[in-house]
Design a protein around this ligand. Structure first.
Ligand code: ADP
Ligand code: MG
Length: 355
């Protein structure tokens, strides 16, 4: 299967093949459906290329919105508008960056909290695609800054339809009145389709990424830090996950004392700082990043060798997404280790045991 067999325009194919030789499975299956205007429900493992699967169809020039097309054309605006919702600012930025590469003819605006609302207003005067976090998006809808869209993509859809996001997402759907909806994740329960009063075409591919070599290390709480130190000394590109912001701060302090170079991020930090630290990790200036689940979903950093769950994830879905930050794309391997806390062991024979 080639990109040219999926119903994309010649121009789109020319551009995307500068970056990618062949479509991944999820791209081959999903792109034709989205181009036909179908609603899609797409389950496919971490790192399988879901982003381009929804972006490429949105990039088609000749796609048309229906009812208010004429009005928009008169105003000199594009006839096709799309909204992409994501759970974090980091992911919104990443998707926008990918859009600029593979569908450069589309005007993409990224909206998220942590920067003054007014700064968005100018950019909202002309756009084809908005990539946004739900809170900020809803703010703009409430202010009447944004109108209807043709296609709504919800990335990390299970997360977005979880407590904490669902009310905002529902309110946005009401305002945006999309004619087409795409739900994407590596963990999606079919029940989630029921949130929307419409039917979906299902693309259900492999859920597990078997290129990730994961192991549990059963360990007493007080020994975790020195074991972590051992792993970090190996000099691999590593993400360390903690369950709380306080945990991130604590561990960062400890590593600093031990002289281990790293960056640490969580959701309470200023947006600019978050991005600056994230880039240091992304571009290999620093090999180790400590984070909350802020980085669990969707984040695509090249060549992460190792994911360490210093705190075990609160639920299996989060676990799957966390370890999915490594072994991105077919053929790439990655390692993940989860520290599983055990009661103080009476007579430890070894320092730690592998299950
Ligand atoms: P997912 O959303 O499924 O977790 P991403 O969309 O983040 O995965 O893509 C994972 C990585 O694969 C990214 O680095 C992306 O640039 C790359 N990628 C996407 N599509 C292709 C392709 N057809 N061929 C090669 N690499 C690709
Ligand atoms: Mg993704």
């Amino acid at each position: 299967m080639d990109f040219k067999d999926l119903g994309l325009s010649e121009e789109s194919v020319k551009i995307v093949t500068r970056f990618y030789k062949k479509p991944t499975d999820v791209q081959a299956r999903t792109i034709p459906l989205l181009l036909e205007g179908k609603n899609v429900f797409v389950l496919s493992k971490t790192g399988s290329g879901k982003t381009a699967a929804f972006l490429l169809p949105l990039g088609e020039k000749n796609r048309k919105g229906n009812d208010d097309e004429g009005r928009r054309e008169q105003k000199g605006e594009s006839t096709f508008k799309a909204l992409i919702l994501t759970p974090t600012r980091e992911l919104a930025k990443q998707i926008a960056r990918e859009a600029k590469r593979i569908i450069p003819s589309k005007k993409v605006v990224t909206l998220y909290g942590g920067i003054p609302l007014e700064r968005d207003t100018e950019r909202l005067k002309s756009w084809d695609i908005i990539v946004a976090t739900p809170g900020r998006m809803l703010d703009h809808y409430r202010r009447g800054n944004v109108g209807k869209v043709d296609t709504l993509i919800i990335d990390e859809a299970d997360k977005m339809l979880d407590m904490g996001f669902i009310d905002d997402v529902k309110a946005i759907v009401k305002e945006a009145q999309p004619k087409q909806i795409g739900l994407f994740s590596a963990t999606l329960h079919p029940e989630l389709k029921r949130v929307f009063p419409t039917t979906f075409e299902e693309v259900a591919l492999e859920e597990d990424n078997f290129n990730i070599k994961h192991k549990y290390v059963h360990i007493e709480r007080r020994k975790k830090l020195s074991l972590l130190k051992k792993f970090l000394r190996e000099g691999k590109k590593t993400i360390v996950f903690m369950n709380t912001q306080r945990g991130v701060e604590w561990l960062s302090g400890k590593l600093r004392q031990m002289g281990i170079r790293h960056v640490a991020i969580h959701g309470k930090m200023k947006q600019r700082k978050r991005e600056w630290l994230m880039d240091k990790f992304r571009y290999n200036e620093v090999k180790v990043i400590i984070s909350t689940d802020l980085l669990a979903r969707g984040i695509d950093v090249q060549d992460v060798d190792l994911v360490i769950n210093y705190d075990e994830a609160m639920d299996p879905k989060t676990h799957k997404h966390r370890i999915g930050r490594t072994a991105r794309l077919e053929g790439k391997e990655g390692k993940a280790i989860t520290f599983k806390e055990v009661e103080e062991l009476p007579k430890p024979k070894k320092k730690w045991m592998v299950a």
